[in-house]
Design a protein around this ligand. Structure first.
Ligand code: AMP
Ligand code: MN
Ligand code: MN
Ligand code: MN
Length: 281
């Protein structure tokens, strides 16, 4: 059975509209789907409205991917099964909106200092109604011919540790976990191996995360090796974490993940998907 609990649409930095995402998932035979746009539930809301008009043999699980700050790094926390109208979550999302706007101005200032003026206007135009982020700065840099492609933009200017990697505006890990839990959702550490933490540091993250009320972890995200999957399963077992899986799909690329992941078969682990029965067809 195909599922996907980690996807992006035009509400943040993905290429498909929420409606297109529902149709793509339907065509792929996905039975459980969550739209997890960065710091917004607008994608889920639009997909839910579309789905009401265009029913599909799948369950749409409300989702979001929240940005936060932990130990000097930006960490992403997924919220699944959230009540999108819960005041604590809405307050948190409003705070993240502001953070993204202020951060955008800071990124633009830094790019300007490097000799790239007009980045803010450019990225804002690229983002349109989407939640603005580094990918919109990258798209602008490509369009301006400042870099050859997206990868070069991240490698040289925007990626982890580069000048445009501004994280000062994010709320703390415990805060975003608490918003998700308050909204009745399950909080999960997204793509735990993407941060390139040592094993010890990753365990520290899990300890702080569970202390804040987090209960889950992504054991499969995008493309990863069997070794990596095994490492994450051990971590989940050790800390008694619920597990999730998703593609982190943003757009069609030759090397990137496609939509949908096969439901992992796990011994002694509780899948987050057990919370949401698949609709009968
Ligand atoms: P932001 O939410 O503004 O911090 O931007 C983070 C997003 O940028 C991630 O969710 C990815 O979609 C994208 N991203 C991060 N690193 C890279 C990279 N090295 N190459 C391409 N895209 C990236
Ligand atoms: Mn993204
Ligand atoms: Mn992420
Ligand atoms: Mn993501």
């Amino acid at each position: 059975m195909l599922i996907d609990f980690h996807t992006h649409t035009t509400a943040s930095d993905g290429a498909l509209t929420p409606g297109e995402m529902v149709e793509r998932a339907r065509a792929a035979g996905i039975r459980l789907l969550a739209l997890t746009d960065h710091d917004t539930v607008a994608g889920h809301r639009a997909a839910a409205a579309y789905y009401t008009q265009n029913p599909a043999p799948m369950r749409l699980v409300p989702g979001v991917e929240l940005s936060c700050h932990w130990s000097g790094t930006t960490v992403h926390i997924l919220g699944l099964g959230i009540d999108c109208d819960h005041p604590a979550l809405l307050d948190g999302l409003a705070l993240l909106d502001d953070a993204r706007v202020q951060r955008g101005a800071t990124i633009a200032g830094r790019l300007q200092a490097l000799g790239f003026p007009g980045a803010l206007e450019g990225a804002v135009a690229e983002a349109g109604a989407s939640q603005i982020g580094r990918p919109h700065f990258a798209a602008w840099m490509v369009a301006q011919g400042h870099v050859a492609d997206f990868n070069e933009a991240f490698d040289r200017y925007l990626g982890q540790g580069r000048t445009g990697d501004v994280k000062a505006f994010w709320p703390a890990l415990a805060e975003v976990v608490q918003w998700i839990v308050a909204a009745g959702g399950v909080a999960l550490i997204a793509h735990p191996l993407k941060y390139r933490f040592t094993r010890m540091k990753l365990r520290r993250l899990v300890v702080d995360f569970t202390a804040a009320g987090g209960t889950g972890i992504e054991i499969q995200s995008g493309r990863q090796t069997a070794d990596q999957a095994a490492q994450l399963q051990r971590l989940a077992r050790e800390f008694g974490l619920e597990v999730s899986a998703g593609s982190d799909f943003h757009r069609d690329t030759p090397y990137g993940p496609s939509l949908g992941v096969e439901l992992p078969l796990l011994q002694g682990l509780r899948g987050v998907w057990e919370r949401w029965p698949v609709p009968q067809t």
